[in-house]
Design a protein around this ligand. Structure first.
Ligand SMILES: Nc1ncnc2c1ncn2[C@@H]1O[C@H](COP(=O)(O)OP(=O)(O)OP(=O)(O)O)[C@@H](O)[C@H]1O
Ligand SMILES: [Mg+2]
Length: 345
């Protein structure tokens, strides 16, 4: 087996969506029979390890007694592992494996015990870690912490590529620029950007900067179901998931890897533009919006067309039924308008 390709996921500021995007990308790769591993390097926030905790039905202990976590590996400077006393834990999560950052999801750690003191120490530790897994996997994704430190610098150095996940607001852009420039200064490994939680509609990736892999839209259901059991079924047909697939295919193409994932998605709206607007609505609100419009149109059309046979069946005075239909129609449009205004807020 050839050596794994290492992809480092970073961001200038926190909360841009790295962890979730890393998990969805790993699942896309795993679905295409690529053996994929995610290493949770964000030992204090431990977003990915928390996803694993929920996946394991809230079991606090995430590793076996003879295994070590990333935190253990860092604290012991790799010694435990080198002496062969223990092996680094991997846990199955859907179609990929995860190395948890801690052994218990609620573990309290001491920063000074844990973090490598220098960039070269961090490079040594990460290289040792990667050596363990490089021949076992096709892809290793590193879920790094937000911002910059010795470990982020080292993870960029040892990776085949880094992807900086950013949002569209100006603070995210500045922090992202700073990080990308810093990492470019540090090492020659390629680095690309990816815009997540995008609220712009209709913009194609052709207009983006050369190093931008694309736009992943904001999706209300992604935000609402994050960490829950519904998440994976809810995102199956979303533009969110297919945009990540598209971004991956862009990256793979730019680096000449030629390993693509399926971008297929059955859209109920027939247009990405319409759907990008609807991403701000949850599934419940989308259903209410469509019901409102149907009731609105049929209710208001009813008084205008000749449907006296229905009046006969209902044996209601014609005028009364029409007035009632009109009010029902107005209620339908009112419902849709309320949903739109509520979401606009
Ligand atoms: N495209 C999206 N649309 C809507 N919400 C999103 C999207 N991507 C991520 N989110 C939400 O953003 C929040 C942060 O996501 P996540 O934890 O993956 O970010 P992160 O960059 O790993 O954060 P941290 O820097 O703390 O590690 C979550 O609530 C997630 O559901
Ligand atoms: Mg994270």
């Amino acid at each position: 087996m050839s050596e794994a390709k290492i992809i480092n996921i970073v961001s200038g500021k926190g909360g841009t969506g790295k962890t979730l995007l890393t998990a969805v990308l790993a699942d896309l790769l795993g679905n295409e029979n690529n053996s994929t591993l995610i290493v949770d390097l964000d030992v204090f926030v431990r977003g990915l390890t928390s996803l694993l905790y929920y996946h394991k039905k809230e079991r606090l202990e995430l590793i076996e007694s003879d295994e070590i976590s990333i935190a253990d590996f860092f604290i012991d400077k790799g010694d435990l592992d080198i002496s062969g006393k223990a092996k680094i834990a991997t846990a199955r999560y859907r179609t990929f494996d995860v190395v948890p950052s801690v052994s218990r999801v609620d573990e309290i750690l001491t920063f000074t015990d844990l973090m490598p003191d220098t960039k070269s120490e961090a490079i040594n530790l990460l290289s040792l870690l990667m050596k363990k897994f490089k021949t076992q996997y096709d892809f290793i994704l590193l879920d790094s912490r937000a911002g910059y430190d010795e470990l982020v610098a080292a993870s960029h150095f040892i990776s085949d590529v880094s992807v900086c996940v950013e949002e569209e607001d100006s603070i995210s852009k500045i922090t992202s620029n700073n990080l990308v420039n810093q990492l470019k200064e540090d090492s020659d490994s390629p680095i690309f950007r990816l815009t997540n939680k995008s609220r712009s509609t209709g913009q194609s990736t052709d207009n983006l900067a050369v190093d931008n892999l694309g736009l992943v839209p904001f999706d209300m259901d992604v935000m609402k179901t994050f960490g829950t059991q519904y998440f994976w079924t809810d995102i199956t047909r979303t533009l969110y998931r297919s945009s990540i697939a598209k971004a991956w295919n862009n990256l793979s193409n730019k680096l000449g890897w030629n390993i693509t994932v399926s971008e297929f998605r059955a859209t109920p709206f027939g247009s990405d533009k319409v759907e990008k607007k609807l991403q701000f609505f949850s599934v419940k609100d989308r259903i209410l919006l469509v019901y409102g419009l149907i009731i609105g149109f049929t209710g208001l059309l009813y008084p205008l067309i000749d449907i006296s046979w229905i009046d006969n069946i209902l044996s209601q005075p014609d005028g009364m039924v029409r007035v009632l239909a009109m009010f029902t129609g107005l209620f339908g449009f009112g419902l849709s308008a309320w949903i739109i205004l509520k979401n606009k807020k």
